[in-house]
Design a protein around this ligand. Structure first.
Ligand SMILES: Cc1cc2nc3c(=O)[nH]c(=O)nc-3n(C[C@H](O)[C@H](O)[C@H](O)COP(=O)(O)OP(=O)(O)OC[C@H]3O[C@@H](n4cnc5c(N)ncnc54)[C@H](O)[C@@H]3O)c2cc1C
Length: 458
């Protein structure tokens, strides 16, 4: 009987799962395999919040496979060695997996292909599993990728998408293939207390609720910090418990301005992936350098510490940084304004901020995180690279009543209304009531002047 191995990576689901479908179509039996990759931990990318979410995803995947007569095989070590070992044990002819964009993922794919072909086996890599449109599938006339979102989105919107696939009814796994224990959340140090649960079932419930109750108001409310009116599907997209192709189809079927605005955000995700696929070095180097000589030294280190801890003295910045600590997730508007504050107002290297986000974000994703950080820092694809977000103006606009700040900064919980955004303007008795809240680490106009000087007075 033919046997195939399906190597799950960032596609931890059973619905709309092209590698699994192809394996089932071609073989009598399938080994659904996940390898806990030692190299990911060694590279410092295995943050506890994501390991916890991953553990939920693997348990849920195993449950879904068992309901269909199968099970998940888990191994740990070097991915290529472990896949080859399982291929040998199962005497499999082929391996199916999803395409991915990072330099590491592509190196891994190349190594795996060579190792399998050396043994007379085949590797099939499937597109449109982790993106709706394949990276590299759309190119402008003069380049190998789009560097500006708007023309990319125009083309992206016109692309025909394949149909979404249903989940398989049965999955038969060959008997003798042993598995290690599934990883668990238990014992992981430093988890954010408000971390969301992972897994395809949780993701599908959230998606259904979002399409029913949330998406219609998305265009109007996506920037409302206190309203928390975005989908929160990002960890599910990162781990692939939801399929971007299925999301685009279902949102388009729903229709309306909210659904259109939501689909546009999914295109941003594909956009960053096609940039990283073409420029893998952008994970660590400026995409478009501005010759920045970022601040360093003791004063800079103090500012970074205050930013990380949510103690900059700018309430909306501190609220967002504390949301990140507590939930392992932050509202997009919060990400924009905290990143602008660090890179522009404090003039600190975007890599410092990107690293901190990756240590905590449950949706921490190389393409989305690094390229959004670069976008905000003005070293990326923003066509207005020197714009600076003023945290007080941002707070007044996106948290008009101050509810978001009061939710996350308990020292300021007694201050009513928008006055909470500028505690330095409070009367002496009010100020005394929130004395444990710090003074601003920087004067905004001084920060702005320093940034403009650094960028050549633009
Ligand atoms: C500095 C910074 C760092 C970021 N780091 C990450 C990260 O590590 N992982 C991550 O998934 N997103 C990142 N983003 C993008 C965005 O903030 C999150 O995707 C979004 O806040 C997730 O919440 P949501 O699922 O409710 O989004 P929604 O508003 O409901 O959007 C739906 C989906 O569209 C995608 N999306 C939305 N905005 C963007 C965007 N600007 N770029 C790319 N895709 C987007 C996400 O997959 C998101 O889940 C970052 C943004 C900034 C400014």
């Amino acid at each position: 009987m033919n046997v195939s191995v399906v190597l799950f990576t960032s596609d931890l689901r059973l619905h709309d799962q092209p590698p699994l479908r192809a394996a089932l179509d071609g073989s009598g039996e399938v080994v659904p395999l996940f390898v806990v990759d030692r190299a990911v931990a060694a590279a410092g990318f295995a943050a506890p919040n994501r390991l916890a979410f991953l553990a939920d995803c693997l348990r849920d995947l195993d449950t879904g496979l068992r309901e269909r007569g199968g099970r998940l095989v888990v191994r740990s070590g070097d991915v290529v060695e472990e896949v080859c070992r399982v291929v040998c044990e199962a005497d499999a002819d082929e391996v199916h997996m999803a395409a991915d964009v990072s330099a590491y993922a592509r190196l891994r794919e190349g190594r795996l292909r060579r190792a399998l072909e050396g043994e007379g086996r085949r590797l099939h890599v499937h597109d449109t599993v982790t993106t709706a449109v394949p990276p590299g599938g759309l190119t402008p006339a003069s380049s190998d990728h789009y560097a500006v979102f708007t023309p990319y989105f125009l083309q992206w919107s016109r692309q025909p998408l394949r149909d979404a696939l249903g989940a398989p009814r049965t999955v038969r796994v060959p008997d003798p293939i042993g598995s290690e224990e599934l990883p668990s959340r238990r014992g992981l140090p430093g988890l954010s207390p408000g971390l969301a649960p992972g897994g395809e079932a949780a993701g599908r419930r959230r998606l259904t609720a979002w399409l029913r109750d949330g998406v219609a108001a998305y265009e109007d409310r996506h920037d409302d910090l206190a309203g928390d009116a975005t989908s929160r599907l990002s960890p599910h997209l990162h781990f692939g418990t939801l399929s971007p192709v299925e999301l685009v189809h279902r949102a388009r079927r729903k229709g309306g301005a909210g659904a259109d605005a939501f689909v546009r955000q999914l295109a941003w995700r594909d956009f960053h992936r096609q940039v990283l696929a073409a420029r893998p070095d952008a994970a660590d180097s400026d995409y478009r350098t501005k010759q920045d000589r970022w601040r360093s030294g003791r004063a800079a280190r103090k500012d970074i510490e205050a930013w990380r801890e949510g103690r900059t003295g700018y309430p909306v910045v501190d609220a967002a940084m504390r949301q990140l600590m507590y939930e392992g997730w932050m509202h997009n508007r919060g990400r924009l304004l905290t990143a602008s504050f660090l890179t522009k107002t404090l003039y600190i290297d975007w890599r410092v901020g990107a690293r901190h986000f990756l240590e905590l974000l449950v949706d921490g994703d190389l393409a989305n995180n690094q390229l959004n950080w670069q976008w905000v820092a003005g070293t990326g694809t923003d066509t207005r690279p020197n714009r600076v977000l003023n945290p007080v103006a941002q707070a007044r606009r996106h948290d008009p009543d101050g509810a978001y700040v009061r939710r996350w900064v308990p020292e300021l919980a007694g201050i009513e209304g928008p006055a909470v955004h500028e505690p330095w303007k409070l009367s002496a008795p009010e100020r005394a009531a929130c004395a444990s809240y710090p003074d601003p680490v920087v004067d905004l106009s001084e920060g702005l002047a320093r940034f403009r000087r650094a960028r050549g007075g633009e």
